[in-house]
Ligand binder design. Structure first.
Ligand code: BG6
Length: 507
C-alpha cells in the first residue's frame, strides 16, 4: 500500500468541503502513514491568507474535538506540510505563480521529482473550465502529458445539472485532460459498506446464486435522511432537488453495484464496464404515465424525532412557493437476463422518519404455503403466513447485513415466527470504519479509479433521469406533500401497493 510522494492542490480551499471533509481525511491519511511528510498539501482560494492562518482555521475541524496530546502532536507535524496560496481561479496569470509555488514547496519538502500531482476541484462546476485552462496555461498539464499518471484531477458533484450541462463539463475537462486523469467523486462509493457489496456478492458462494429473477421478488433501495435544509443549504438545494442531489448519483450507483454481473477482473475498467451495462438496461418500471413509476414529494411541517420541523417552503433561503421535490420514489426495471421482470423500488428524501441507507432483497414466497396459521386475540383472528425471506445490506447507520427467515415458534402448533441472522460491523470489528473521503483520496493518490464514476456511466445516469426532470419542471405536475417525519407521499406507496407489495419499514 505504499503511496510514495504526492503534491495535493485543493481549489476552493476556503470552502466547507475542505474544512469538513478533505483536510480531516488527509490528516487521517498522514496519521496512518499513507501521506508522507514530503507531500505538500496546498490550499488554493481567492482570499488573502497566510499559511499560518490556513493551518489554524483547519485545526479544529481536523481534530474534531479530539485534542489529546498524540493527536495534537500529529496535527502539528501534518500542519508543516500544509500551505495556502492565493489564486483567482478565473485569472489565468495567477496560475504561473501557483506553479512556481508548487515547485518551490516540493523542493522545500524534498518531494521526489516527477511525483504525481493531485488537483482537487472543490469548487462550483462553473469554474472547472477556468481551472483546467489555468493549469494548462501555466504548463502544469503539458509538462505532465507524456506521463498522464502524474496529474490527476478530482471533481466534486454536482457534475452537471442535466445531460447537456454534464456533457459540456466533460468536454471542458477533456479538452485538456485524458479520461484516466479525471476522478469524478461520488462519496457513496467510498463508504466501507458500499465497497463491501461487491465482496459480499462475489466473494461468497451462498448468496449470489439467489440474486436473480428466479428467486428475488423485488429489490428496494432506500436513502432516507431525517435532516432538512440545515445551515442555509436551501439555496443550493432548491436548484437541485432529490432527483439530482441523491437519486441520479448515489442511488443509481448503489443500484449498479447490487445488480451488476461479476467482472472478469477486479479492476477499474472491468467493474465500470459491468456497471455501465446495468445503466444501459435500465428502464421505467411501467409503460404508463410518468406517475405510474416516478413519484415526487415535498415535505410539509411535522415532527421529526419528536421535534417540530418546518415545511420545506418555510426553510431558510427556500423560495416560498417552491415546487422543488425533496422526495423521489421510483419503480424501475433492468432489462437483462438476470433481472428481467424484477421491480427495483428506489426512494430517497429529506425529513423522513430516520436516517437510513439500505438495500433489501425480498425473495419470492415458497411455492406452496404450508405454514399459514390462524392466530386469535380474543375474538379477532388473523391468518399469519410465513413472510418472504429478506436479505438486507444496511449501509448506514448501524452498518450490518441481515437475513430474515421464518421459524417455528416453540409450542404445540406450527406458529410462524420471522427471525433474523445478523452480522453487525461494530460487533465484529474494533477498527473504526474509514470515512468515505479518506478512502477516495487514498485511491486518487494510488491512481486507482475503481471507485469513481466514469464519464459514460455519469452520462447514462443523466440520460435516464432527464425525461423525468423535464416533465416535472416543464409541467410543474405531480408534486405531492408529505408531513415531515413520515415516509413520503401516499402516491409512493401506490407504486408498490398496486401489486400487493409494500415498502420495507427499516428498523
Ligand atoms: C450529498 C447530498 O451528496 O449526500 C446531500 O448533496 C446528502 O444532500 C448527502 O445529505 C448524504 O450523504 P450521507 O453520506 O450523509 O448519506
Amino acid at each position: 500500500l505504499s503511496t510514495g510522494d504526492n503534491t495535493i492542490l485543493i481549489f476552493g480551499a476556503s470552502g466547507d468541503l475542505t474544512a469538513r471533509k478533505l483536510i480531516p481525511a488527509l490528516f487521517k491519511l498522514s496519521q496512518k502513514g499513507f501521506l508522507n511528510e514530503r507531500s505538500p498539501v496546498i490550499g488554493v482560494a481567492r482570499r488573502d491568507k497566510t499559511d499560518e492562518q490556513f493551518r489554524n482555521e483547519l485545526r479544529e475541524s481536523a481534530l474534531k474535538g479530539n485534542d489529546d496530546k498524540d493527536t495534537a502532536a500529529a496535527w502539528d507535524t501534518f500542519a508543516k506540510q500544509l500551505f495556502y496560496r492565493k489564486v483567482d481561479i478565473s485569472t489565468e496569470a495567477d496560475y504561473a505563480s501557483l506553479h512556481e509555488s508548487a515547485k518551490a514547496l516540493e523542493q522545500q519538502l524534498g518531494t521526489k521529482a516527477d511525483s504525481p500531482r493531485v488537483v482537487y476541484l472543490a469548487t462550483a462546476p462553473a469554474l472547472f473550465d477556468d481551472a483546467v485552462r489555468g493549469l494548462n496555461s501555466a504548463g502544469m498539464i503539458p509538462e505532465l502529458r507524456k506521463h498522464r499518471d502524474r496529474l490527476r484531477v478530482v471533481v466534486e458533484k454536482p457534475f452537471g445539472h442535466d445531460l447537456k450541462s454534464a456533457e459540456v463539463l466533460n468536454e471542458q475537462l477533456r479538452n485538456f485532460l485524458h479520461e484516466e486523469q479525471i476522478y469524478r467523486i461520488d462519496h457513496y462509493l467510498g463508504k466501507e459498506t458500499v465497497q463491501n457489496i461487491l465482496l459480499f456478492r462475489f466473494g461468497n458462494t451462498f448468496f449470489e446464486p439467489l440474486l436473480n429473477r428466479n428467486h428475488v421478488d423485488n429489490v428496494q433501495i432506500t436513502v432516507a435522511e431525517s435532516i432538512g435544509m440545515e445551515g442555509g443549504r436551501g439555496a443550493y438545494y432548491d436548484t437541485s432537488g432529490a432527483l439530482r442531489d441523491v437519486l441520479q448519483n448515489h442511488v443509481l450507483q448503489l443500484l449498479c453495484l447490487v445488480a451488476m454481473d461479476p467482472p472478469a477482473l477486479f479492476q477499474a475498467r472491468e467493474i465500470r464496464d459491468e456497471k455501465m451495462k446495468v445503466l444501459q438496461a435500465l428502464r421505467p418500471g411501467s409503460d404508463g404515465s410518468l406517475k405510474s413509476w416516478a413519484i415526487r414529494g415535498q415535505y410539509s411541517d411535522g415532527l421529526v424525532d419528536k421535534q417540530p420541523a418546518l415545511a420545506y417552503r418555510e426553510e431558510e433561503r427556500v423560495p416560498s412557493g417552491s415546487n422543488r421535490e425533496t422526495y423521489v420514489g421510483m419503480h424501475v426495471e433492468i432489462d437483462n437476463w438476470r433481472w428481467a421482470g424484477v421491480p427495483f423500488y428506489l426512494r430517497t428524501g429529506k425529513r423522513l422518519p430516520q436516517r437510513v441507507t439500505e438495500i433489501a432483497f425480498q425473495f419470492k414466497h415458497p411455492p406452496l404455503n404450508l405454514f399459514s396459521t390462524v392466530e386469535c386475540d380474543g375474538n379477532l383472528c388473523d391468518i399469519v403466513e410465513a413472510r418472504p425471506n429478506e436479505l438486507v445490506l444496511r449501509i448506514q447507520p448501524q452498518e450490518s447485513i441481515f437475513l430474515r427467515f421464518s421459524t417455528k415458534r416453540p409450542g404445540m402448533q406450527y406458529h410462524v415466527q420471522p427471525v433474523a441472522m445478523e452480522f453487525d460491523y461494530e460487533d465484529h470489528f474494533s477498527e473504526q470504519l474509514p470515512e468515505a473521503y479518506e478512502r477516495l483520496l487514498l485511491d486518487v493518490i494510488r491512481g486507482d479509479s475503481t471507485l469513481f464514476t466514469r464519464s459514460d456511466e455519469l452520462l447514462a445516469a443523466w440520460k435516464f433521469v432527464e425525461p423525468v426532470l423535464q416533465h416535472w419542471e416543464t409541467t410543474g405536475s405531480g408534486l405531492e406533500f408529505y408531513p415531515s417525519g413520515t415516509w413520503g407521499p401516499a402516491a409512493a406507496d401506490r407504486l408498490l401497493s398496486n401489486t400487493g407489495r409494500s415498502w420495507r419499514q427499516p428498523k
